[in-house]
Design a protein around this ligand. Structure first.
Ligand SMILES: [Zn+2]
Length: 239
């Protein structure tokens, strides 16, 4: 194996490590972002609960007002009925009777409204309980997720350090000019700096390669690159 062949072989390993490092790095960044999204939707649920609770307070306040109004109506009726026992004329009696009937009518409407508010209050209670249960479950789920993710990130970080160390040790064994060339192309080309030739085409951009280039890559006289995407080319051993 020539020096170049060996360098190419090592470079392929470097690229594999780079892909692993890139994946680990992406995961380490992605997990907290995903958690943030979960926490945002959790907060939205809690906000919904706050709205439901304040709606219930409104319903209860309204009901209280109606009850006070109903009580005072009932008191008034009592008062007029007492007055009826001591009136002197029929006219006075009828006039009081008229007052009583008007209040009774109003009270009947109030009773209906109170009933409806009681129903609304029951529904609101149910919705609050449902939402609170959802939140409780979600909270437990998030806590477990948070714990798992912490462990996962710690594992990934450990793995990342290991791979970075491996890469460092590997890369010093490769011709530094070739490494520099690889890194330059890798940074420009989405993490892929070295590709194999498969079926006479570049494994990176899939352009058909001139026979001369393929031959150069096979004989290993200096680094061969794809004319189109500039990636370093190599011939896989089986080809
Ligand atoms: Zn190419």
């Amino acid at each position: 194996m020539t020096g170049l062949e060996n360098d190419i072989k090592l470079l392929i390993q470097v690229q594999e490590l780079d892909a692993q490092i890139q994946n680990l790095d992406t995961e380490i960044k992605r997990i907290p972002e995903e958690m943030d999204a979960h926490y945002r939707s959790f907060k939205a649920k809690k906000d919904e609960l706050t709205v439901l609770e304040s709606e219930l307070v409104e319903i209860q306040k309204n009901r209280k007002l109606k009850e006070v109004e109903l009580d005072s109506g009932t008191e008034e009726i009592k008062k007029y009925k007492t007055q009826q026992t001591s009136v002197k004329t029929n006219k006075e009696y009828t006039s009081l009777q008229h007052e009583i009937e008007q209040i009774q009518e109003k009270n009947s409407i109030l009773e209906d409204e109170i009933l409806s508010l009681m129903e609304q209050s029951d529904t609101a209670h149910e919705n609050i309980e449902k939402k609170a249960e959802e939140i409780k479950l979600e909270n437990g789920k998030l806590e477990r997720e948070e714990q798992e993710n912490k462990k996962k990130i710690a594992r990934f970080e450990q793995e990342l350090q290991k791979r970075q160390k491996e890469r460092k040790n590997l890369v010093i064994t490769v011709d530094s000019a070739i490494v520099a060339k690889y890194e330059r192309i890798r940074d420009l080309k989405n993490g892929i700096g070295i590709v194999n030739i498969s079926d006479g085409t570049c494994g990176g951009c899939h352009m058909e390669l001139p026979p001369q280039i393929i031959n150069d890559a096979k004989t290993g006289n200096g680094i061969t690159v794809c004319e189109r995407c500039s990636r370093i080319l190599y011939v896989a051993e089986s080809d």
